[in-house]
Write a protein that binds this ligand. Structure first.
Ligand code: NAP
Length: 237
C-alpha cells in the first residue's frame, strides 16, 4: 500500500487515476481546486480516497498541502502531476495573461509540487513522480501553442529530474496521452470527433481508464525512469 497524491483529481483523467489506485488498495489523496462537489462524491465512493483542496498553481497552497499530507500520512510515495488546463486560440490572439495562466497551471504547478515533495523523498531515498504531459508536447499542436509549450517543458522536467534524482532512488516519468474523452474535449462536435478518430490508427479516442492503467504499471515498475510514454492509439509512432 502506497501513499499517492494525485493533483487535479476531481474530474477526468485524474479522477479515474485516483479511483483505480484506490481500488488497488493504495491510500490516495485526491487534490482538487474548483470542483468541490465532485471531489466530495469521489471521497464518498471509496474509503481509500481522501480529498484536499489546493490551487496547485500557487506555491504557498502547494507547500501547505504537502506539509499537511506528510504530517497526516507520514510520507508521499508517489506524486502524480495531472492538474492542467487547455485553451484553443490562434497564436496571435494569446495575451500575456493567457500565457501566464497556462504556464502557472500546467508547468509551475509541476515545478512547485515536485520541489515540495522530493525533499521528503530524497531523505527516504525512494519515490516516484509521474507527470501527465500530452502528445502535443511531443509533436506541437496548431492553435494550442501555449499548451504544447507547457507539455514539452514538462517532458524536459521529467528527463532532467530523472537524471538528478536517480542516485536518490527516485524515478520520474511522463505519460503523454493522445486524445482522451473528458471535459477537456467537450466542445468538439460529433463531426470533429469523427475526423480525429479517422486519424488514429486504433480508430477511437482513449478513455481515462487507459491512462490510469499506464499509471498503475509505472507505479509497480522499478526500472523505468526519464521516459515519455504515450498511450495514443498509434496517433504518433
Ligand atoms: P479535465 O477533465 O478538464 O480535468 C482537469 C482537472 O485539473 C480537474 O480536476 C481540475 O480541478 C484540475 N485542475 C486544473 N487546474 C488546477 C489547479 N490550478 N489546481 C488544482 N487542480 C486543477 O482534464 P483532463 O482531460 O482530465 O486532463 C487531465 C490532464 O491530462 C491535464 O494535464 C491534461 O493536459 C492532460 N491531457 C489530457 C488529454 C485529453 O485529451 N483529455 C490529452 C493529453 C493530456 P477542478 O475542476 O477542481 O478545479
Amino acid at each position: 500500500m502506497k501513499i499517492i497524491l494525485v493533483t487535479g483529481a476531481s474530474r477526468g483523467i485524474g479522477r479515474e487515476i485516483a479511483k483505480q489506485l484506490a481500488l488497488k488498495g493504495h491510500k490516495v489523496i485526491a487534490n482538487y481546486n474548483k470542483s468541490e462537489e465532485k471531489a466530495m462524491e469521489l471521497q464518498k465512493e471509496n474509503q481509500n480516497i481522501d480529498i484536499y483542496k489546493a490551487d496547485v498553481s500557487k506555491r504557498e497552497e502547494v507547500k501547505k498541502m504537502v506539509q499537511d499530507i506528510i504530517k497526516k500520512y507520514g510520507k508521499i510515495d508517489v506524486l502524480i502531476n495531472n492538474a492542467g488546463i487547455d485553451k484553443w486560440q490562434l497564436f496571435t490572439d494569446i495575451t500575456d495573461e493567457d500565457w501566464e495562466e497556462m504556464i502557472s497551471n500546467n508547468l509551475n504547478s509541476a515545478f512547485y509540487m515536485s520541489q515540495e515533495v522530493v525533499k521528503d523523498m530524497i531523505s527516504r531515498k525512494q519515490g516516484s513522480i509521474i507527470n501527465i504531459s500530452s502528445i502535443w508536447g511531443i509533436t506541437g499542436a496548431s492553435c494550442e501553442v501555449a499548451y504544447s509549450v507547457t507539455k514539452a517543458a514538462m517532458d524536459g522536467l521529467t528527463k532532467s529530474l530523472a537524471k538528478e534524482l536517480a542516485p536518490s532512488g527516485i524515478r520520474v516519468n511522463s505519460i503523454a496521452p493522445g486524445a482522451i474523452m473528458t471535459d477537456m474535449n467537450k466542445n468538439l462536435t460529433n463531426e470533429e470527433i469523427e475526423e480525429v478518430n479517422e486519424q488514429i490508427p486504433l480508430g477511437k479516442f482513449g478513455k481515462p481508464e487507459d491512462i490510469a492503467k499506464c499509471v498503475n504499471w509505472l507505479i509497480e515498475d522499478e526500472y523505468t525512469t526519464g521516459q515519455v510514454i504515450s498511450p495514443n492509439g498509434g496517433w504518433v509512432i
